[in-house]
Design a protein around this ligand. Structure first.
Ligand SMILES: Nc1ncnc2c1ncn2[C@@H]1O[C@H](COP(=O)(O)OP(=O)(O)OP(=O)(O)O)[C@@H](O)[C@H]1O
Ligand SMILES: [Mg+2]
Length: 240
């Protein structure tokens, strides 16, 4: 699985927020992107998730590798439901309990098969969930709160619930908008190990963080910074 953003440009009311941003990732990679407030991190993730259209450029997935020195994917496909986004502020279903919310994140094979019969989307990963809902809740220490409603949880707890809701469907690409913000040390470690498991399973994770400390803790070689609308590697081993 390969994922790329190709020469993305985005302006809001004449202000160029993203200028020619290209990036690419393959299965099992974590890309960590830092940037100041207002630098365009959420805008980039929203574009990668297909929620916001770029002015120019495109977001692509492919099962074939990149050509050397290129960000252009061969045999490319438009974005599919394989990509999931964790919003900067958790968005759980208000009328569902935490357990029901996580269950809602599971894939619906019937819907996927119908979609695949009418759309030229690439073969999805196995629909079978890697973990049960109960296992996921246990991983983030929310078992005892599973029957509560989102407004009965703290902000950090809602964030962790949103993360496992996202991971419940085994997405091939997870996009996380400041996932570490507002998490305490233990919760941050839990999130780091969830991301490591996700990486081991071959998924791609692209996350943005305001705080460089969180990015350093991830120990990924693919670190970037957005500045003045451009993306640049933070380490020598990074590539855009
Ligand atoms: N829908 C919109 N309409 C107009 N301007 C927008 C819109 N969305 C974002 N912007 C502007 O684009 C710029 C980038 O916003 P964005 O939310 O991507 O920043 P960010 O890096 O995620 O910031 P933060 O760290 O505060 O979350 C900001 O100047 C913002 O005001
Ligand atoms: Mg943001």
């Amino acid at each position: 699985m390969f994922f790329s953003a190709d020469h993305i440009v985005k302006c809001f009311e004449g202000n160029r927020v993203l200028s020619d941003v290209s990036l690419s990732a393959r299965s099992g990679e974590i890309l960590a992107i830092s940037g100041d407030n207002g630098s365009g991190k959420s805008t980039l993730l929203n574009i990668l998730a297909g929620l916001v259209l770029p002015d120019t450029g495109q977001v692509l997935t492919s099962t074939e590798p990149l050509e050397a020195g290129s960000t252009k994917l061969p045999g490319c496909h438009k974005l599919t439901g394989e990509v999931r986004l964790l919003f900067q502020f958790p968005r759980l279903f208000r009328g569902l309990t935490i357990e029901e919310n996580v269950r809602a994140g599971l894939r619906d094979p019937l819907r996927e098969n119908m979609l695949r019969s009418i759309l030229p989307i690439p073969a999805a990963r196995e629909s079978g969930a890697r973990f049960t809902v109960q296992q996921l809740l246990k991983k983030v220490d929310l078992t005892s709160l599973s029957n509560r409603y989102p407004h009965e949880l703290s902000f950090g707890q809602r964030k962790l619930a949103s993360v496992v809701q996202l991971l419940a469907g085994n997405p091939s690409v997870v996009l996380l908008d400041e996932p570490f913000a507002a998490l305490d040390g233990d919760a941050a470690m839990t999130l780091t190990s969830l991301l490591a498991e996700n990486q081991k399973a071959g998924a791609i994770a692209i996350l943005v963080e305001h705080d460089l400390q969180h990015i350093d803790a991830l120990k990924t070689p693919r670190k970037f910074r957005i500045e003045a609308g451009r993306i640049m590697p933070l380490s020598e081993r990074g590539r855009s």
